[in-house]
Design a protein around this ligand. Structure first.
Ligand code: 9MR
Length: 369
C-alpha cells in the first residue's frame, strides 16, 4: 500500500488533502480555485510525464493530478493474475512529493473497446458470473486499497452508458455477471477498500441538443444505483466540449442549456456532488487564426464553467491536460487545414491562453464553497 507518509520520506503528511501543491504559483489556477474552496487540476502520463518543463507547469498550476492512462486496466493488467503498478506509482509519488492530491481513473471502464483483450479471451469456466465477480472484485479491491492512503476520489465506473441508445454497454465481465451487478460490485468493493474516498460515476454526457438519450440513460443508471443503495457519491462530468458535434455552423455544437440544467438538477437532487473531470474544447472546425479561435474556445469555456459553478455541489475542476502540445485531441480527427488544435489553457510552448483566463475568471465569479 502506498500512503502519503510513506512516499513523503518522513515529512509530516497532510491529514486532509491539500487544495494546493507545494510549488503552486501564487496566481495559479489552483490558488484561484483554493480561494473559493475548489480544487483545480489536470491529467498527466506517458510522453508528457517525461517532460520536466511540463511536469513543472503542472506543479505550478495544479492542486490535484489524475493519471491519464496509467490506472486503466490496460495499463495495470498484463494478464488475469498480475498487476504492473510502475507507471501509476511514479505519478502518484511525484504528485505526493509535490503535495498535490491525486484522483484515480478508472477502476472499471465499462466499455468493451477499452478493456484489455485478455478480459474477453479469459476462461470464465462453469460458473461465469462467479468468475467475473472474482476478477472484478480482485482488480477494484487491489487498486483501491493500494492507493487508499493517497487518492481521495476515484472514478469507479467510467462511461457505462451507450451515448447513442442510453442503454448500458456490455463488456465480457457484464456478459458473464450482468451489467448492474458489475457496476454495483465495483462501487461496493471500492467503498470497502478505500472507505474514505469519494466514489464517482464518470461520463461524457453534455449539453448538446441531441444528447438527450445519453443524459437520460445516465440519470436512469444513477437512480437505479441510489435505489439499490450502491455507494456512489458524485457524478463526474467529463466536459469534452465540442468533441462530438464540432461540425455545426458555430463549430461548437447546438446547445440545449435548459435540458442540461434539468439534468444537473436531477443528478444533484439525488444528493450527488459534481466534478468537472476532463475539461477541453475540441476546436476542429473553428477558424485557423489563433486569436479568433482562442477567443471562441475561451468564451465557450467561460459559459460552460459559469453554468457548472452555479451548482455549489461542484468542488473540483480538472482539465484533460494543460498544454495543447499534449492533448489527446491532436490525435483524433485532424483539422481540415492540418493546423494543430488549441483545446487547453496553455499553448504548445506552455504560455497561457485566453482559456486560462476564462477558467480563472469563472472561478473568481463563483460563490465560495
Ligand atoms: O486521453 C486518453 C488517451 O490518451 C487514451 O488513448 C484513451 C484510451 O485509453 O483515453 C483518453 O482519455 C479518455 C478518458 O480516459 C475517459 N474519457 C475520455 C478521454 C478522452 O478520450
Amino acid at each position: 500500500m502506498i500512503d502519503r507518509r510513506g512516499v513523503l520520506k518522513g515529512a509530516a503528511a497532510a491529514a486532509a488533502l491539500p487544495l494546493l501543491g507545494a510549488a503552486t504559483a501564487a496566481d495559479s489556477l489552483a490558488a484561484v480555485a483554493a480561494s473559493k474552496g475548489l480544487r483545480f487540476g489536470s491529467t498527466v502520463g506517458g510522453k508528457n510525464f517525461e517532460d520536466p518543463a511540463y511536469r513543472a507547469l503542472n506543479v505550478a498550476q495544479c492542486g490535484l493530478i489524475v493519471p491519464e492512462n496509467a490506472m486503466k486496466w490496460v495499463a495495470l493488467r498484463p494478464d488475469a493474475k498480475s498487476f504492473d503498478f510502475r507507471a501509476a506509482d511514479a505519478i502518484v509519488r511525484w504528485a505526493v512529493d509535490n503535495r498535490m492530491g491525486v484522483r484515480g481513473h478508472t477502476l472499471l471502464w465499462h466499455s468493451p473497446q477499452w478493456m484489455p483483450d485478455w478480459v474477453t479471451r479469459h476462461d470464465y469456466g462453469a460458473q461465469p458470473a462467479r468468475e467475473a465477480a472474482r476478477l472484478l472484485a480482485d482488480h477494484v479491491g487491489t487498486v483501491a486499497a493500494r492507493y487508499a492512503g493517497v487518492i481521495d476520489s476515484f472514478d469507479v465506473v467510467n462511461e457505462a452508458v451507450d451515448s447513442d441508445t442510453g442503454g448500458l454497454r456490455e463488456t465480457a465481465l457484464s456478459k458473464a455477471m450482468g451489467a448492474e451487478n458489475a457496476i454495483d460490485l465495483a462501487f461496493r468493493t471500492a467503498r470497502q477498500a478505500a472507505p474514505g474516498a469519494q466514489l464517482v460515476y464518470n461520463d461524457y454526457m453534455s449539453w448538446q441538443d441531441d444528447g438527450g438519450k445519453h443524459r437520460d440513460g445516465v440519470l436512469r443508471l444513477l437512480e437505479a444505483l441510489k435505489k439499490r443503495g450502491t455507494p456512489v457519491d458524485a457524478l463526474g462530468v467529463q466536459g469534452h466540449l465540442g468533441s462530438k458535434y464540432s461540425d455545426t455552423p458555430t463549430g461548437l455544437g447546438s446547445l440545449d442549456v435548459r435540458a442540461w440544467r434539468r439534468f444537473l438538477d436531477d443528478a444533484t437532487g439525488m444528493g450527488l456532488d459534481l466534478l468537472v473531470t476532463e475539461l477541453d474544447v475540441h476546436d476542429n472546425p473553428l477558424p485557423a487564426d489563433f486569436a479568433v479561435r482562442d477567443k471562441l474556445v475561451a468564451d465557450h469555456t467561460r459559459a460552460y464553467l459559469d453554468l457548472m459553478l452555479s451548482y455549489p455541489q461542484l468542488k473540483t475542476i480538472m482539465c484533460w491536460g494543460l498544454s495543447d502540445k499534449y492533448s489527446w485531441l491532436q490525435g483524433l480527427r485532424p483539422r481540415p487545414d492540418g493546423l494543430p488544435k488549441r483545446p487547453l489553457p496553455f499553448d504548445a510552448d506552455f504560455a497561457p491562453k485566453p482559456m486560462r483566463d476564462a477558467i480563472a475568471a469563472a472561478i473568481k465569479a463563483a460563490a465560495p464553497r
